[in-house]
Structure formats: C-alpha cells, structure tokens
Write a protein that binds this ligand. Structure first.
Ligand SMILES: Cc1cc2nc3c(=O)[nH]c(=O)nc-3n(C[C@H](O)[C@H](O)[C@H](O)COP(=O)(O)OP(=O)(O)OC[C@H]3O[C@@H](n4cnc5c(N)ncnc54)[C@H](O)[C@@H]3O)c2cc1C
Length: 452
C-alpha cells in the first residue's frame, strides 16, 4: 500500500545514521546508508583540523599512492573490487570517473576522485558537517571511521570505552607468504629442540648465505620515515634491518638463531635459520618471524628471496612499520562490524584492522549496511562464505591463530572456497575458481540482501 510505504519512509527519514570520518570507509558507509533511504550525517574534521598525512579539503582523500591497485581477478584486490561493485560502491564509480592510465591497476586523479565522491554524497542527500568529533555522540547507530590517524581526543574517549589495552597505535608487521610457494626441498618443519609440534617452517642458511643476506639487507632501500612516524622502536618489534645494522652476528644471535633447529637433511645445526609461523587456521599463510621491516616492497621481494627455501616465494602481505591506529577487533567486534558491548556502535575503515584503501572502503559498505538495517529493524548481515569480504571480516573477528592482532589486507590465503571434490586445483586455475566462486556468492547474497 502506497500510504504505508510513504509513512514508513517518513519515519525512516526522521531516524538518522551518524558517521564520523569522511575518508574511504566513512564515505562508503554514509553513501550506503543514504542509498538505502536513510538520513545520514557525516562529520569530517577537515579543514578545521588535518591529520599529519591529510592535506586536501575534500572527502575520501588518498593520502599516499593514487592507485587503488589491480583490477585483475588474479589479484585479491581485484576480487574485492568486483564484490564492491556488486554492492554498488560509490567509491569505485567515482574512481572510474577519475581514472588515469595505469595498466591493470585502477589509478585515479586524486583531486577529481575526491570531488566526485563528495558530489555523490551531496547528491544522495548526506549532510556533511565539517567539525571534529571529540567524543562519541549519544545517537545510535553511529559509525566510527576516523582512520589510521584518528584525532587524539576522540581516541582517548574511545579508548576509555574499549579499554586502553584494546587500542593499538603502531603497526609493525612481518611479511606473510603463501606456504605453497616455499621450497620444501630446502625448508623443513620443526620446533626448536623438538618442543611442541613441528609447527614452524625453517629456512636454514650456511655462513656464506647468511653473510650475503646480511650485506644485502644493510644495502637495501628503506621506506623513508615521515616526521610523524619518527618513533622510538621498542625492543620487541625492532625492524629486522635495524637489528642487522648493529653488527654482522646480531641476526644470527637474535631472530635467526639456529639453536635447537637441526637440519634433518644434513644432521647439523645451520649457521642461521629463518623461522616462519603459521598465520591462518587453514595453514595456507606463514609469517617471517621477527622480520618486521621498513624495506620497500621491491626490496623485500629481492632481499628475502635470497633466503634458501624462499627463492620463489609469493608474498600475501609485505612487512610494514608505520603509525596506525586500530582496535583489537577479535575482542571487540562482531562479524557485522558492530561493537560487541555497545549496541548500535559500528566501526569501519582501517580502524577495524584492515589494511589498504580498498579494504577500508569495503568495511564502510558493510558497516553502512548494518547501521541502516538497524534503523530499518532488519537483522544484521555479514558477507557470504567464500567471498573476499568474508575472509577479511573473519580475520577481524578471529584475528589469526590466537596471536596479537595484526592488520591484514585482502589476499587469496584468507579465502575459504569450498573446492570441487576430488580435484586438486593449483596456481592460476585455483585463483580463477576462487574468484569466480566469490563473485557468484556475492551476487546471490547481495540480491537476497536487497530483497530481505
Ligand atoms: C601515511 C599513510 C599512507 C598510506 N598509504 C596507503 C597507500 O598508498 N595505499 C593503500 O592502499 N593504503 C594506504 N594507507 C592505509 C589506508 O588504506 C589509508 O589510510 C585509508 O585512507 C584508510 O581509510 P579510512 O577511511 O580508514 O581512513 P581515512 O581515509 O584516513 O579517513 C579518516 C577521516 O576521518 C577524519 N577524522 C579523523 N578524526 C576525526 C574526528 N575526530 N572527527 C571527524 N573526523 C575525523 C580524517 O580527517 C579523515 O578524513 C596509508 C595510510 C597512511 C597513514
């Protein structure tokens, strides 16, 4: 009945969604709420206040690279983009309008991109308020999407709510590689002194290999530190190149110490050993223990491939050390991006512990969807199994093998695709199957979502 529909839409319009932060996650969340017919207020602190990395007045600012990464479905970000397109991402359609040539990547003119996103939000009726939020407003639903450089006052307030121990301000991550790209003719599974299960992958090095590796890591190119990133390193997460710079033996006596790790092929203790620890439940991803690093991505590929057993290794994520505010999502967030203890408070963007432009935007879509469903009195949703979105949300929800929670970007290792029985797919064929499955699952799920 028309009048019932009309009445309902008037009531919905009276209820509003508050979004804090007009970056990638916040803009996507605000647009989703508005696209679903709701009133949305978006608070953005620029130009009243800029984070140390933001400089433009516009929304959805790309603070560093102008690339939203590959569009190829052989690439995890390509698969995620495909899922976002199905969900009607406004950021992706703005990116299309602001596209600049960049081969298989989707790169944009950042000013034009920001302008198109801002215009789209205005067109959708989002009310944009240029003001810093210093505390959580009482209204619900509210979506917090203030990013890796969230303003201090708000984070103090948020920390009070979540517990200081659940807030992280730096991201010091080691590279993560695909297990099936490790050469097990060289590497071996073992635990130090055979204690516990043989859970670690060990890459043994002789003296010559180790010294060559040490030379190259010292000579390698590092990502320059920005002013706001000049932080004193604490010993527990010292960059591997920093340890190496303290002397030729420091790695062999530190994270690469070989004691208790006899190489079964030689029956001897190697000169040094790189250990890799399982990263996800499926055992497809392993991280390089103690190898948090500021080496550029190209140099990580070159230098870490010198390690025996890793000569053809594929990286799921490169190592990193940078300023990054994020929360302990496995403790705090539901798989709908709502805070467990705070009804109607959603988190989106890099603050959730995803890493990357596209991943941040994706969480905005989901948080916006569920905030809207809260207003509409509908049940909350999470992405369908087998999709890249589901893999990311699972990482946020479960955090990877019970360790300190670390941010993650999209990669094929987080996909849980039911593979066809009896068939062992590998390499490109496996990726194509996974991408196809993820797309199909998302299409079906989104169709049902719109109808439910
Ligand atoms: C220096 C740097 C470089 C990066 N480079 C890349 C890269 O090249 N490629 C990549 O994929 N990822 C990169 N990232 C990671 C990440 O993808 C981006 O930071 C991304 O923009 C995160 O999206 P977001 O929506 O979570 O946060 P943002 O895009 O940062 O948006 C947050 C917004 O919230 C606003 N805000 C903050 N506090 C408040 C407040 N209290 N009240 C109101 N508004 C507030 C900010 O002004 C900002 O506009 C980089 C991160 C940093 C810090």
């Amino acid at each position: 009945m028309l009048w019932v529909k009309l009445l309902r839409s008037i009531i919905y319009r009276m209820k509003e969604i508050i979004v804090i932060g007009g970056g990638l996650g916040g803009c996507e969340a605000a647009a989703m709420g508005a696209r679903l017919g709701l009133k949305v207020k978006l608070y953005e602190m620029k130009p009243e206040r800029f984070s140390p990395a933001h400089t433009m007045e516009g929304l959805a600012e790309l603070v560093c690279s102008n690339s939203l990464k590959s569009e190829s479905l052989e690439n995890a970000q390509g698969v995620l983009k495909q899922e976002m397109s199905i969900m009607g991402s406004v950021l992706l359609s703005a990116a299309e309008g602001a596209r600049v040539p960049a081969g298989k990547a989707l790169a944009v003119d950042r000013e034009e991109f920001s302008r198109l996103v801002t215009n789209k939000l205005v067109e959708l009726g989002v009310e944009i308020i240029r003001s810093e939020m210093v505390e959580l407003p009482p209204e619900r639903p509210v979506i917090i999407a203030t990013g890796p450089l969230s303003s201090d006052k708000l984070m103090q307030n948020f920390g009070g709510l979540l517990g200081e121990e659940n807030m992280f301000f730096y991201d010091a991550t080691s590279p993560i590689v695909y297990k099936d790209s490790i050469d097990f003719d060289v590497a071996y599974m073992a635990a130090r002194y055979d204690k516990g299960g043989a859970d670690y992958v060990n890459c043994p090095m002789n003296k010559e290999e180790y010294e060559n590796f040490h030379r190259e890591i010292i000579a390698s190119e590092k990502t320059p530190l920005r002013e706001f990133e000049k932080i004193p390193y604490f010993e527990g997460c010292m960059p591997v190149e920093e340890i190496a710079s303290r002397g030729v033996d420091t790695l062999a006596f530190g994270p690469m110490r070989p004691v208790g790790l006899i190489d079964p092929k030689t029956g001897k203790r190697p000169h040094a050993v790189l250990q890799l620890r399982q990263e996800n439940k499926e055992g497809t991803l392993f991280n390089l223990v103690g190898f948090q690093t500021r080496l550029t991505h190209t140099e990580q590929k070159r230098v870490f491939s010198l390690i025996p057993g890793l000569s053809h290794v594929r990286f799921a994520r490169f190592g990193n050390i940078h300023r990054n505010t994020y929360i302990n999502s496995p403790e705090l967030l539901d798989d709908t991006l709502e805070l467990k203890g705070e009804k109607g408070v959603f988190v989106a963007g890099q603050l959730t512990g995803v890493e990357g432009y596209i991943e941040s935007a994706y969480t905005g879509l989901l948080a916006g969807l569920n905030a809207a469903r809260m207003v509409l009195g509908k049940e909350f949703l999470s992405p369908p199994p087998g999709s890249m979105g589901a893999g990311l949300i699972k990482h946020l929800h479960e955090g990877g093998a019970g360790k300190k929670f670390m941010p993650m970007n999209a990669n094929f290792g987080i996909l849980e695709t039911p593979l066809p029985g009896g068939k062992r797919l590998r390499g490109k064929e496996k990726k194509a199957f996974q991408a196809e499955f993820a797309t199909r699952a998302t299409k079906e799920w989104w169709q049902n979502t719109l109808e439910s």
